[in-house]
Design a protein around this ligand. Sequence first.
Ligand code: ADP
Ligand code: MG
Length: 696
Amino acid sequence: MKDIPGLFGSMVFNDKVMKERLPKDTYRSLRRTMATGKHLNLDVANVVASAMKNWAIEKGATHFTHWFQPMTGITAEKHDSFISPSGDGTIIMEFSGKELVRGEPDASSFPSGGLRTTFEARGYTAWDPTSFAFVKDGTLYIPTAFCSYSGEALDKKTPLLRSMQAIDQQALRILKLFGNQDVKKVITTVGPEQEYFLIDKELFKKRSDLIYCGRTLFGAKPPKGQDLEDHYFGAIKPRVAAFMKDLEEELWKLGVPAKTKHNEVAPAQHELAPIFETTNIATDHNQLTMDLMKKVANKHGLTCLLHEKPFAFVNGSGKHNNWSISTDTGLNLLEPGDTPSQNAQFILFLVAVVKAVDDYQDLLRLSVASAGNDHRLGANEAPPAIVSVFLGEELTEILEAIENETDYRDRQKKQMEIGVSALPHFPKDNTDRNRTSPFAFTGNKFEFRMLGSSFSIAGPNIVLNTIVAETLSAFADILEKSTDLKADLSALVVKAIRDHKRIIFNGNNYSAQWAIEAEQRGLLNLKTTPEALPYFVNEKNVNLFLKHCVFSESEIHSRFEILLENYCKTITIESLTMLEMVKGHVIPAVLAYQNDLANTALTKKSLQAGLGLKLETKILARLSLLSDSLANVLEKLETSISQMKNCSGTLDSANFCKDSILPDMKATREVVDELESLVGKKYWTLPTYSDLLYSV
Ligand code: ADP
Ligand code: MG
């Protein structure tokens, strides 16, 4: 048996290691920096760097890297060795405080959305001491933020840290009003549940759509999909189990608290959930998780697909972002609790989240927008593109009672008065089981279920933290001026419920009826990425981010540009891959099969009149029809691709992708999938859905 507690975090320069290895005063300065974000002076940094290097070398490291999260959505790293010439032809291993604190990668090739012109290509990485350094594959990884020469954020970590600061400030104001003087810091916590597919690596290598796009662009429906629902929570196959065990151990070494693993709904689909952590750390750890999933799969002869929709006809993959707010004193502010004094505070935070989600539906929606996720949202396998909140029957009734100032279910003698009468104790599981809601209260946290599996969780959490900070700030503005806190609190909560209850929906989010009802309620239904993204730059949202110092105006515009560009590039690559596959595989397969059929028919005919030719004729007739269709759809797709260049600007291009290229791709796929079901297996050179989904 492995010593798991000993293994856990063994490759991390964590608090325990720092305490052991740093002089007391250095340790204390560093802790202060970590807690308050205050600048670390260079003397201290030098001592930390030296201790870090010695520790890393003991763990087998020869290099160090500033690890950062550019706008590509994945992480970036450039490795430098510790070697330094000592003047006599030998070297020593060196790592200075300056190298620890700041790096200067050539940043010209990362997306910047126009923030950084190539002549000022310099970007800076700055150590984020709130996330521990670690050793992986012989390199010391230093988590860093990434910004331009002029200080604009070029990454996902910087605004995430800013948003955490915003919610900290505003939540503290509220907590003070409730007399919580001992709380010094409020953080948000996240537990991201990660879905993924595992397929055989050899088969993966035979499909350029999987290689270039991460998803299949063709594939006839297999005889068995997820119809029998026998995969979900089913017994884990040995090859997958070996992968999962290996992955867990690699994650544990890096201090990632991987906790739960199981099979998901679709064949070949699985899930991993960690124990929740501070949002910043959870974000770093989710990036590491996705990275290691790919690497460990590779070692096992498997390929891990993180795309939102690798296969049609079966569920795609998402990521559930479990989110809550906690104090440094260990109190979960979304825990209903059962003492009266906590109830008012809980209700206020709950209502703040509800109001925030209603006021900023657009931002939440666009924080999960991507070409990949467009395939899932609203397709009856994930929440629709309509943002709403699930509270469960009990909480909804409590809010109704507060709003109407009536008794709660007549169970209580006294009128429902916030902060005085006790809330009934919630049986947590009661609230847990609406699987269709995009944003569900699950007992002591919210579960944001719209994220795609390949997403960095930074974006959605930047939005969540900021919008809730805004509502808390609006509440604090009113309550801080109050002379009768109880009365004003009551009034504020009642008003908030009244104004925002339209966002609460406990029913089936997958039903067609809900889309109609949501429209009547005035809720947004932004079905696609090009429809959602423009909301990023509208005045209300720009002002929000400016007010809380999360994004500058130019940062917002650059990100908007990058997101649109990314959408266009993704669809362009997909369409070009489609053309390549049709020309390289589909057409030759169809022609070869047609040829063989025709020859068989001819041979039969010449042998003896009257021999049956029904089968050959029938298939040939169908093939001829489909070949004609293929020629037509292909021509249309090629024309559309060539028309892309006539678009003016990225939004125009994105809309063109959505309105022309995607429909042309869909039409092409339909013809090809029918051809696949018709053409003999030995002619069809691409691994089929059955091969891919049942290969492991
Ligand atoms: P599910 O029913 O969706 O499987 P679980 O109770 O297993 O839900 O938890 C799912 C995730 O929620 C886990 O990653 C867990 O660590 C996380 N979680 C639990 N409490 C919190 C919290 N206070 N803040 C953030 N995430 C949390
Ligand atoms: Mg879940």
